[in-house]
Design a protein around this ligand. Structure first.
Ligand SMILES: *Cc1c(COP(=O)(O)O)cnc(C)c1O
Length: 366
């Protein structure tokens, strides 16, 4: 697996510039393009083309090592990948413990259109095999449980059985894991999280080396109208320029915090793939570049969990994750099948000692 070359990424635009052009990416906020005569090869309308998206997609393609298309949210990207690959009568397999809105999409919309939806927990994902599934959707690590599956093995089995695989790679980003390099057919991601990284935008993308699938995804975007706003695209591009630095800091801090939290008496249980005794550790070592910036802790009770989250001055009590500000929440409040005192913690870019002092003080005060 290759790590994206982020130095090259930072100069993708600069190395193609003509004298006098702006170094920073211009934001093209226009629905119309000046288009006399034959429209061939020129941007023609804002639902179809936008130079700001195009450059963003060029940068994302560099990170993913594959062509990319952007969408106005992670769910926009997931919808596009699924609508481009299923039809009435298709059988799809999705994780029962993955991102819950993906399950809602499958259960409440795809199944009404004659798509047969099967759910399995990530830890038993291969039980029953993959024969007969047209699309197998995976999330590794799963959100919020942080369980992992062997992506290469699943990709090979599904391919042998004639199906295609889609991986939601939101939690690790291409800096942490590149599922396409492991044989997965399509990657989807919410760029709302660490890719954008500043909690100020929603975006998503689809990446694949399968040209036919990408053609369908592009057609879906043009026809459904699920297009990103140019301003969001511009903000995401700006966020990507610091992804490497932010992700590196966040993962390093998460490792330090996980080790210290594991030894704190207020913490009943901890999950972090970077801890040697974590159930995901072996798979994480084999298929990811980094162990990520998400960890989970379970405290003694729901009340203590709430108290901790709300009192700690360096944890935003907020849903979503991947921002520069560390954040935390009790996932049971959304109905995730976890302990009421289970907290998902997203480690941000604060200096780790400052962050630890705040977390430790709040735990000690419980
Ligand atoms: C947030 C998230 C999504 C959905 O992304 P939006 O940008 O909120 O639409 C999908 N998958 C995972 C794993 C997520 O965390």
């Amino acid at each position: 697996m290759t790590t994206p070359k982020t130095g090259e990424m930072l100069h993708l635009r600069g190395n193609a510039l003509d004298k006098g052009e702006p170094v920073a990416l211009p934001l093209t906020q226009s629905s119309m393009y000046h288009l006399p005569g034959a429209p061939d090869g020129h941007p023609n309308y804002g639902r179809v083309d936008n130079p700001t998206w195009q450059h963003l997609e060029h940068v994302l393609a560099h990170l993913e090592g594959a062509p990319c298309l952007t969408f106005p949210s992670g769910m926009g990207a997931i919808s596009a990948a699924l609508f481009a690959t299923v039809k009435s009568g298709s059988r799809i397999l999705i994780p029962s413990d993955g991102y819950y809105v993906t399950r809602l999409l499958a259960d409440r919309f795809l199944s009404n259109l004659g798509v047969h939806v099967t759910e399995r927990p990530t830890t038993a994902f291969g039980d029953g095999g993959f024969d007969g599934f047209d699309v197998v959707f995976v999330e590794s690590p799963s959100n919020p449980g942080l369980d992992m599956i062997d992506l290469s093995a699943v990709a090979a089995c599904v391919r042998a059985a004639g199906g295609i695989t889609i991986a939601d790679n939101t939690t690790l980003t291409p800096m942490g894991q590149r599922p396409l390099d492991l044989g997965i057919d399509v990657v989807v991601a919410s760029d709302t999280k660490a890719m954008g990284g500043h909690s100020d935008l929603l975006m998503g993308h689809v990446a694949s080396r399968n040209a036919q699938i990408m053609e369908r995804v592009k057609e879906w975007r043009r026809v459904s109208g699920a297009i990103p706003g140019p301003h969001e695209a511009w903000l995401l591009h700006r966020g990507l320029e610091t992804l490497d630095v932010r992700f590196d800091r966040m993962c390093s801090s998460a490792q330090v915090l996980a080790q210290r939290l594991a030894g704190h008496e207020a913490v009943k249980q901890i999950r972090y793939p970077g801890l040697p005794n974590d159930p995901s550790h072996a798979l994480a070592k084999a298929q990811t570049q980094r162990f990520g910036f998400l960890l989970s802790i379970t405290l003694e009770s729901e009340a203590k969990a709430e108290e901790f989250i709300n009192a700690c001055p360096m944890l935003r009590p907020a849903t979503s994750f991947g921002g520069v500000h560390s954040s935390a929440e009790r996932r049971a409040r959304w109905g995730d099948d976890v302990d009421p005192a289970f907290i998902r913690l997203s480690v941000g870019c604060e200096p780790v000692e400052e962050l630890w002092q705040a977390i430790e003080a709040s735990l000690n005060a419980l």
